[in-house]
Design a protein around this ligand. Structure first.
Ligand SMILES: Nc1ncnc2c1ncn2[C@@H]1O[C@H](COP(=O)(O)OP(=O)(O)OP(=O)(O)O)[C@@H](O)[C@H]1O
Ligand SMILES: [Mg+2]
Length: 227
């Protein structure tokens, strides 16, 4: 176990500025805290501006990230790499912080020293990717999403569904389910609606493969009403 003290200097200050707790970052056996900062910096370039400093503060989301970290297996260089693990389904009304928690969990894993390749997409972008267009073959990108070690699918079940969107979602979820690849999913739909929109076979797989976390509370985008 790394003593939190070595993180007490410049690195600890950088971590605090980024909203991360140095003591938490120090709890894994990674010899190089510097590596974690590099990983966080590399991820920052691909995280949307709004969620750059997202912090996963929901206990069940933190517990999920911990479970994924514990399931990680050492890769080349000894750093733990993401492996087969449970997925995370974040459900709740608009503005309750689902996307925030998802990027926060991703940053938590990186800060914890888990080496991971990740991709993020919205459900709508995923469908757009595969819509037939002259001169463009989205299938290659789709194959990358199917296989990437950690995937975030934001806004599952949003938008109009059709046979085409059902087929795309089915292929994605079925593959990730079969291979037990950790996937973070967010949705505004309640469980019964999810079943209706995605169908029984997809929702049954989601039920088995993921930890379900329900976010509640007011829409954080709205200013608080005066008392
Ligand atoms: N725990 C948090 N701490 C600070 N800010 C937060 C937190 N959770 C969410 N926010 C902020 O609240 C706003 C809404 O959060 P977010 O976009 O994650 O909601 P959402 O549940 O994904 O909404 P939607 O269903 O519309 O996609 C964002 O500006 C986000 O940065
Ligand atoms: Mg969202």
């Amino acid at each position: 176990m790394i003593d939190p003290q070595p993180l007490g200097g410049a690195i600890a200050r950088i971590l605090r500025r980024r909203g991360l707790d140095p003591a938490a970052v120090a709890r894994t056996e990674i010899p190089e805290p510097q590596l974690r900062l590099q990983a966080l910096d590399a991820a920052a370039a691909r995280i949307p501006a709004r969620y750059q400093d997202a912090l996963a503060d929901h206990p069940e989301v933190i517990a999920w990230a911990d479970e994924v970290r514990r399931a990680a297996r050492p890769g080349p260089g000894g750093q733990p790499g993401i492996a087969k693990a449970t997925s995370l389904l974040l459900a709740g009304p608009t503005g309750t912080g689902k996307t925030h928690q998802a990027y926060g969990a991703l940053r938590l894993l990186l800060a914890d020293g888990v080496r991971l390749r990740w991709r993020a997409t919205t459900s709508a972008d995923l469908h757009a990717l595969l819509r037939p267009r002259p001169g463009h073959d989205g299938e290659r990108d789709f194959q990358e999403l199917l296989r990437v070690p950690l995937l975030l699918v934001d806004d599952l079940g949003a938008g109009k569904s059709s046979e085409f969107t059902e087929e795309v979602t089915w292929r994605l979820i079925n593959h990730r389910y079969n291979e037990q690849l950790p996937t973070m999913l967010t949705t505004n739909l309640a469980t019964a609606q999810l079943r209706e929109v995605l169908g029984e076979r997809v929702s049954s797989r989601l039920r088995e493969m993921s930890r379900h976390v329900r976010l509640t509370g007011p829409d954080r985008r709205r200013p608080p009403t005066a008392a």
